[in-house]
Design a binder for this molecule. Structure first.
Ligand code: ATP
Ligand code: MG
Ligand code: FE
Length: 353
């Protein structure tokens, strides 16, 4: 099937055309992403009203471009998938309403996609990963472990109780005046730094649950920066490197625990850890994860970074997987700013692997 995917839940206006054949193989025919970094840069974060307006301005053009690059006419599309949540409701409404209008005008089925499901299924599109697997989603808005048993069949094993990991990178970058988005900036200066100079706390790690907490760590980083002020370039690099080493250790430690639980609860399954979200780009974290997976005899799957961050192809793919299972959503489906993955209404009647 040929699926158009639309993503507008945060600060990326994105559209893509993905083809899924009857064997479950994918071809990304186009994947157009317009990031709004410039619009929000001056504010140090995403401004919801500005984001929604930018989606209104650009989405039509992005969809047209996705069709053009794919060399596929709107009439040839089999279904239209759009993110229906979770996310900033103004943006979600722009994408979802556009998808509804296209579905009505073209008389094609609509698929209302959970953004987290799109992240969760991406590795099946890029790497053909079979169910079940453990997903670690680490982005600007989310940090969670999800057991992915099948399309629509998710169990959340842990989450952050305060900040998301990408958010922690962004806040640390801000207090070190490294700019936005913070992840790449922190990683760049950390290369010149000493990761052992500062010992930062690892909140919650003593507790057995698979949750994260990054807000106390961020405060410890701030207090350290204040104590040393004014900061030399070396101080900044050392703080960034020590922070990054600490979060890498936290992520690897929790992933080890999550994989151990996976092996205990699903003894017949091959242990696999799939990473999603923009923080997957971080080399220090990726290498800590790779060590952890090796020690647990688990496969580590990290899709190409352009597909780990928000994009239309992942939404199209989630739509394709649902479409293949017979899912069709009504045109009056609503946008859902909050929409956890493990709600029963995510479930699909038939499940295949
Ligand atoms: P969500 O998908 O949760 O709605 P989002 O759009 O903010 O939120 P992504 O686009 O997946 O999430 O990722 C962006 C986040 O990833 C930012 O917080 C950014 O700082 C972080 N990030 C990007 N590159 C790196 C890196 N190299 N190291 C650490 N963090 C990074
Ligand atoms: Mg983003
Ligand atoms: Fe996302």
């Amino acid at each position: 099937a040929i699926i158009l995917g639309i993503e507008t839940s945060c600060d990326e206006t994105a559209a893509a055309i993905v083809v899924r054949d009857q064997f479950g193989h994918s071809t990304i025919r186009s994947n157009v992403v317009r990031s709004q970094l410039d619009e929000h840069a001056a504010f140090g974060g995403v401004v919801p009203e500005l984001a929604a307006r930018a989606h209104v301005t650009y989405l039509d053009h992005i969809i047209a471009q996705a069709c053009r690059e794919a060399d596929i006419a709107l009439a040839d599309i089999d279904a239209i998938a759009a993110t229906a949540g979770p996310g900033l409701v103004g943006g979600v409404l722009v994408g979802l309403t556009t998808a509804k209008a296209l579905a009505a005008a073209l008389d094609k089925p609509l698929l209302a996609i959970n953004h987290l499901e799109a992240h969760a299924l991406t590795a099946r599109m890029t790497d053909g990963v079979a169910f079940p697997y453990l997903m670690l989603l680490v982005s600007g808005g989310h940090s969670q472990f999800v057991l992915v048993r099948g399309v629509g069949d998710y169990e959340r094993w842990g989450t952050t109780i305060d900040d998301a990991l990408g958010e922690a990178f962004d806040k640390v970058a801000k207090l070190l005046t490294l700019g936005h988005p913070g992840g790449p900036a922190v990683e760049a200066v950390a290369r010149q730094g000493d990761p052992r100079r500062f010992k930062f706390p690892r909140p919650l790690l003593r507790e057995a649950r698979l949750d994260f907490s990054f807000s106390g760590l961020k405060t410890a980083v701030r207090l350290q920066a204040e104590a040393l002020a004014p900061l030399s370039d070396q101080d900044v690099a050392d703080i960034a490197a020590s922070f990054q080493a600490t979060v890498a250790e936290i992520i690897a430690f929790r992933s080890t625990q999550a994989l151990q639980r996976f092996k205990a609860e699903l003894p017949d399954a091959k242990p696999q850890l799939v990473v999603a979200g923009g923080v997957a780009a971080n080399r220090t974290i990726a290498s800590a994860l790779s060590t952890a997976c090796q020690a647990e005899g688990a496969a580590l799957i990290v899709p190409p970074i352009a597909l780990c961050t928000d994009n239309g192809a992942m939404v199209a793919w989630a739509g394709a997987e649902r479409f293949a299972l017979g899912v069709r959503d009504p045109l009056d489906v609503t946008a859902r700013p909050r929409w956890p993955l493990d709600l029963p209404d995510m479930k699909v009647a038939t499940n295949v692997t």
